[in-house]
Design a protein around this ligand. Sequence first.
Ligand code: ADP
Length: 302
Amino acid sequence: RHFSVWTAPLSIHGEPRVLVVLIELTELRRAEKARADFLANASHELRTPLTSLAGFIETMRGPAKDDPEAWDRFLEIMYGQTERMRRLIHDLLSLSRIELSEHRRPDKVVDFGALVEENYEAMLPVARERGIKLEFLSSVDQANVYGVKDELTQVLQNLIDNAIKYTTPGSSVLVEIASGLDLEEARLFTSRRWNNAARISISQARPDADVPLVAIRVSDEGQGINREHLPRLGERFYRVDEGRDRTVGGTGLGLAIVKHIITRHRGGLLVESETGRGSAFGIWLPMVGQKLAQLKNSDNTD
Ligand code: ADP
């Protein structure tokens, strides 16, 4: 822990005393360090593709000057590097935009049920291209939440994209949604798929007791994530396997963005995973409209 100490001599009823003020700086230092680390990481991530581009330009001007075949190959790689930089800048801007608006509560009503279905459909071609069977299971007609549509879209796309990316071709990814849940039901719904899996809440608010929740789960049959990595998944630039994850084109910012958006929407993000079996990422959000008790009563009378 870090403290700043400030002292002043004073006298109380003629008795000499010393006033000592301790100001705790731990949180401030932590925030400063996080900012410095972030800048260092961001610069490193951006410099790597630039160094690679500069290297290829040098070679194309020099040793490979008259080799059109090499040029074709190099241009392909250079295009990949610029794409990588584009993704990084896009994710960095998203993150900073979301952080800037974090203190404002979203106030537009969004039908989350419809949004999940829309995004599932939007990701079908991506799944098909990678040989993944993407499925959708829903018992929800409408599930309104206070939200920012673009941000919730980004959450859904990041989770579905990860499930597709970190899975071997031929396997399935399942998107499920349920609504009208209390917190315990939402927790059960978002995880608890495999008995031996490790589970963790990456971000979790406490909803008001009488507010029903809508929850989704995106589960895959991919390589899974070792339990020691789970607590760090929401950190910026954190990747489980630096080498492997780079080849699938990630930036390491996707889940940090998801975490920020869900926190801003006063929701929870949970992960469960078992190495070799797969992962499930779940989120829940507070619903707008009816109270939980009303919903439960109308369920019982149906
Ligand atoms: P990236 O852009 O690298 O995908 P994310 O922040 O979205 O970054 O994810 C961080 C890391 O978490 C990934 O690099 C990957 O190692 C791991 N990860 C995320 N989703 C999954 C998943 N569904 N299955 C296995 N690993 C995953």
